[in-house]
Design a protein around this ligand. Structure first.
Ligand SMILES: [Zn+2]
Ligand SMILES: [Zn+2]
Length: 256
């Protein structure tokens, strides 16, 4: 594939390596586009500190660093500046205004919390509660409908371990929305590599049959994770099972 739009930096406190190392690995592994999309800060109340994302005051250094590297490497690779954003109803518009003061190419939606990080639940925690899956789908679709997200990261992060029928009844609404709004759904390479609950066959076999568009995201939290899907053991099999083909992985970015 030629592009990866899902790359983190050490600012989120759970990724490692320098931006330069990510870029050089991408060039070495044949990428033409590398999009940085670190976990976006959120304008949360001052008494709440998130351990998994940069602070609002780190946006300037994040974008300055990437602008310099974008110029330095411009003959070898196209660098894009973005974020993986948690959609949170009460903070979203303020956040977009803030981010727009700095260089910004795109955002992707990563819905890790339902309905938010402060008093919601983590979507990746196992659940058998049908209300959880419904709430996850509702907040995810609300975010998709803002029209600002270039794609939906790990759409199948929600870790519902109940019957397929219940799972698909709710999750198909995300696929329908993605098709309506022309939003690619991400097949998350990190999740596959770490043997997480995503990417999930029961989600992608359904989405593939429905005709959704897909994109592979490295979701790199270390430079060596910027790799081609063919070099991830067993990953091709996932594509065969779910009737999905590898492509160039290029997408149209939405206006923010
Ligand atoms: Zn992360
Ligand atoms: Zn991510």
């Amino acid at each position: 594939m030629l592009a990866n739009y899902h790359t983190h930096t050490a600012r989120c406190n759970h990724a490692q390596g320098t931006e330069r190392e990510y870029i050089e690995t991408a060039i070495k592994n044949g990428f033409k586009i590398l999009g940085f999309s670190d976990h976006c800060p959120q304008p949360y109340p001052e008494d709440y500190y998130s351990h998994i994302r940069m602070r609002m005051d780190e946006v300037e250094d994040y974008t300055n660093t990437l602008v310099k590297l974008r110029d330095e490497y411009k003959n070898d690779i196209h660098i894009l500046i973005g974020y993986e954003v948690e959609y949170t109803r009460e903070y979203f518009e303020d956040l977009i205004k803030y981010l727009r003061q700095y260089p910004l190419d795109y955002i992707i939606q990563g819905q890790h919390f339902v309905p938010n990080e402060i008093d919601g639940f983590y979507a990746g925690a196992q659940t058998t509660n049908e209300a959880d899956i419904k709430d996850y789908v509702d907040i995810t679709i609300e975010g998709m409908k803002t029209g600002r997200f270039s794609y939906l990261a790990h759409p199948d992060l929600l870790n519902y371990v109940g019957p397929d029928k219940v799972y698909q009844h709710h999750m198909k609404r995300i696929v329908e929305t993605a098709i309506d709004l022309d939003i690619p759904l991400e097949i998350n390479m990190q999740g596959f590599d770490l043997n997480r609950n995503y990417p999930s066959d029961r989600f992608f076999s359904m989405a593939s049959a429905m005709g959704a568009k897909f994109i592979i995201g490295c979701d790199a939290h270390a430079p060596e994770a910027i790799m081609q899907p063919e070099s991830v053991e067993g990953f091709s099999e996932f594509f065969n099972i779910n009737n999905i083909a590898f492509g160039d992985n290029l997408i149209n970015l939405k206006t923010i």
